[in-house]
Design a protein around this ligand. Structure first.
Ligand SMILES: [Zn+2]
Length: 284
């Protein structure tokens, strides 16, 4: 089936199309005969109960389409019609969320195991890592697009320039700070680096992360995550205090973090083993 918007589709269908197009590759043009061509999505929503008018949706759309439409969350504030993107919490469309969704769909349709590119296993990959919580949090924020950079702040009109404050050459995005910036080239491109032959450019952090979780073993990912944390901390220190740690310091800090965590985990598992060894009378 080819998903196409033929002729002059109605407003209602165009509004829903942006949410459904990716979700359902293969939808065919739905004839909407029941409503006027300029009818808006609001006509399908019961304002009192703030829910879809399921009977009406099912009358107009095919069964599968109706099911998809009724699965779209409805704004509680009664906002006026606008196109929403269901993959993001705030409903705004971004290439990243489309990438996530497409990866999810393609993995599902091909039956291949995930490489962490935006589906549930991406989060599972992250939460399973044995790294300090601060590093996990950074990755989570980067993947969720809630870690501000100059580029995101410029889009919100908070800063006047989106140039990376460290290299002052390119716009500062998450993937720029952590991977692309010439200032981190020595961290990733050293003689013995695993990443020496990796691409220098990724369009966004999610794609870089997807590749890392797909290609690296857990231990390497853990080191990368902690390095990311220290690279970001260095960027903050440079931005706010004009200090810049060198590569050796960044790597040493990352390794110290991992060793400390391993030691803490080892001690706590030894404690647990000791308390198990005391027998049932001690366990209370
Ligand atoms: Zn830079």
């Amino acid at each position: 089936m080819d998903a196409k918007l033929k002729g002059s589709p109605s407003f209602i269908w165009r509004s829903l199309w942006s949410s459904l197009g990716l979700l359902k590759e293969g939808l065919v043009q739905t004839p909407i005969n029941t409503l006027d061509i300029e009818t808006k999505v609001g006509a399908l929503i019961d304002e009192d109960s703030n829910s879809w008018k399921i009977d009406l949706v099912e009358t107009i759309f095919k069964e599968e389409e109706a099911k998809l439409i009724c699965s779209i969350p409805i704004s509680r504030s009664g906002a006026s019609d606008r196109r929403i993107w269901a993959s993001l919490e705030r409903g705004n469309f971004s290439i990243k969320s489309a990438y996530f969704l497409e990866t999810k769909l393609s993995n599902r349709s091909s039956g291949e195991p995930s490489t962490g590119g935006g589906n549930n296993s991406m989060w599972k990959d992250l939460w399973q890592l044995e790294v300090p919580a601060k590093a996990k949090l950074l990755i989570w924020k980067c993947l969720s697009n809630i870690r501000p950079t100059k580029d995101s702040l410029l889009r919100e009109n908070i800063v006047e320039s989106n140039l990376c404050p460290v290299c002052a050459r390119e716009k500062e995005t998450k993937v720029h700070v952590l991977w692309v910036c010439p200032a981190v080239a020595d961290v990733w491109g050293g003689e013995t680096s695993l990443f020496r032959k990796w691409k220098r450019f990724y369009p966004d952090f999610q794609q870089l992360w997807g590749e890392m979780t797909g290609k690296l073993n857990q231990e390497s990912i853990e080191l990368v995550v902690v390095l990311f944390y220290h690279i970001w901390a260095r960027r903050n220190a440079y931005t706010f205090q004009t200090q810049f740690k060198n590569r050796a310091t960044i790597v040493a800090l990352a390794q110290a973090d991992l060793s400390l965590l391993k030691e803490i985990n080892l001690n706590s598992s030894n404690r647990a083993a000791r308390s198990r060894g005391r027998g049932p009378s001690q366990s209370w």
